[in-house]
Design a protein around this ligand. Structure first.
Ligand code: ADP
Ligand code: MG
Length: 403
């Protein structure tokens, strides 16, 4: 099936967060009408969409309205019930598919898929997952090999931004952590010595066409993305090529349609560049691709619109080096905890700054409120401006040196 849904039609998105909001902006710019399914009347995407359907992601009435109003449907987060996508797919093109989302929303299934992709493809030779064990029963907990410790216990479902993860040093801490997580299905991953992290974003069409952005280098803080470096030389070229080949294989393997992001670790294995470890995949546009809005001639959100609508997928061209800083709610509070807005005029006075705020009324520590992309003529000036913006915003000024 290769639908062709032209501007003037209505595109629907399940989930009303910032990814949905930026998707809606891209769809509207192309002349589509939009509908957002989200129970929150103040949701970032619902507020800017032509239609907002204020129901839960699993609500039969809400899903029926979405199907009735939309010509094609996508999702902006991986925890939407796969069954809901399945239901919608009976009457409308849905991208990504319920099957792809079901894999991405369960770390146990996701790891099997990533391992199977790795085993199948020659291009993937040497790209591995972190050593891990599945823990769903007390017997599996007992049987965890000692060499997986110290490790990170991760819930199989509903984790994001480092939530649902506990670092454990030994078997006793592991048992305590699993009890604390109420013995839900988990994976234990070996704690790896990370040299760097990167991600690759591809868009794949119904006909199997695939285009990609160059790999981004990402810096995380407390499990949450803090900074994305997107410019030539951000990664050793050999690693970038292998990360792209791996991502393509992973997308093809499940006949993926839409924008897909795959996250990688680079670990120290004694070699010059280090080894690539595939971490996880996100079946949607990704925080590490927000810079594409301002630094590329076509953004990850544009490509999501193209892919789901069956439009051609132009290969993106990055026209400016870029650094993206995530703006978390922590920046909305002063040293004594008093609420205050960040100094936007000072940030906006800097050359090449692109401020994106998601319209969230309540700031909370760790909550993604917006992001700032810095573009410029060359990497050195982008780094200098990003460092200055980080100082003004009280963000940790790490990671702006050349890799
Ligand atoms: P989430 O779904 O919350 O993004 P991730 O599995 O990507 O979960 O973990 C979040 C971050 O935690 C990673 O980007 C990385 O910085 C760190 N991390 C996760 N797994 C490991 C690991 N096995 N070894 C070292 N660091 C890890
Ligand atoms: Mg992650």
């Amino acid at each position: 099936m290769n639908p062709l849904i032209l501007p003037g039609a209505t595109l629907g998105v399940i989930g009303g967060g910032q990814l949905g909001r930026m998707f809606v902006h891209a769809a509207q710019r192309l002349g589509y009408f939009t509908a957002v399914l989200d129970p929150d009347p103040q949701s970032p995407a619902g507020r800017v969409s032509h239609h907002h359907i204020p129901f839960g992601y699993n609500d039969a009435q809400g899903l029926a309205q979405l199907a009735a109003q939309c010509d094609a449907i996508t999702t902006e987060f991986e925890n939407v019930p796969a069954a809901a996508l399945q239901t919608l797919a009976a009457s409308r093109p849905v991208a990504p598919s319920a099957a792809a989302v079901a894999i991405a929303q369960d770390r146990i299934q996701e790891k099997s898929h990533l391992m199977a992709s790795a085993a199948e493809a020659g291009a993937l030779a040497g790209v591995r997952c972190a050593p891990y064990a599945v823990i769903t029963t007390p017997e599996q907990l007992q049987a965890v090999p000692a060499d997986l410790l110290p490790g990170i216990l991760k819930t199989a479902r509903m984790g994001y931004d480092g939530k649902g993860q506990v670092r454990v040093k030994d078997a006793a801490q592991l048992a305590d952590a699993w009890a604390e997580l109420e013995q839900v299905h988990c994976v234990l991953e070996k704690l790896l010595p990370l040299k760097a992290e990167c991600s690759v974003i591809v868009a794949r069409g119904w006909n199997g066409d695939i285009v990609s952005f160059a790999p981004q280098r990402n810096v995380h803080l407390d499990g949450i993305l803090a900074v994305t470096h997107a410019y030539e030389g951000n990664m050793p070229a050999a690693l970038s090529e292998r990360a792209f080949a791996a991502t393509k294989t992973i997308a093809n393997h499940i006949d993926y349609v839409g924008v897909l992001c795959v996250e990688f670790f680079v670990i120290d294995d004694g070699s010059e560049n280090g080894a690539l470890i595939v971490n996880e995949m996100a079946p949607r546009p990704h925080n590490s691709g927000h810079y594409t809005l301002d630094a590329c001639d076509v953004s990850q959100f544009d490509l999501q619109v193209h892919a789901m609508a069956g439009l051609p997928l132009p290969a993106p061209r990055q026209h400016s080096p870029a650094i993206m800083l995530n703006l978390l709610g922590d920046g909305w509070f002063g040293a004594e905890g008093q609420a205050r807005a960040p100094d936007w005029p000072a940030v906006l006075a800097l050359p090449g700054t692109h401020l994106h705020l998601y319209g969230k009324t309540e700031a909370r520590a760790g909550r993604k409120m917006g992001h700032l992309t810095v573009t410029g003529a060359d990497v050195a000036s982008v780094q200098a401006t990003a460092r200055r913006a980080a100082e003004i915003l009280g963000l940790p000024g790490f990671g702006f040196a050349s890799p």
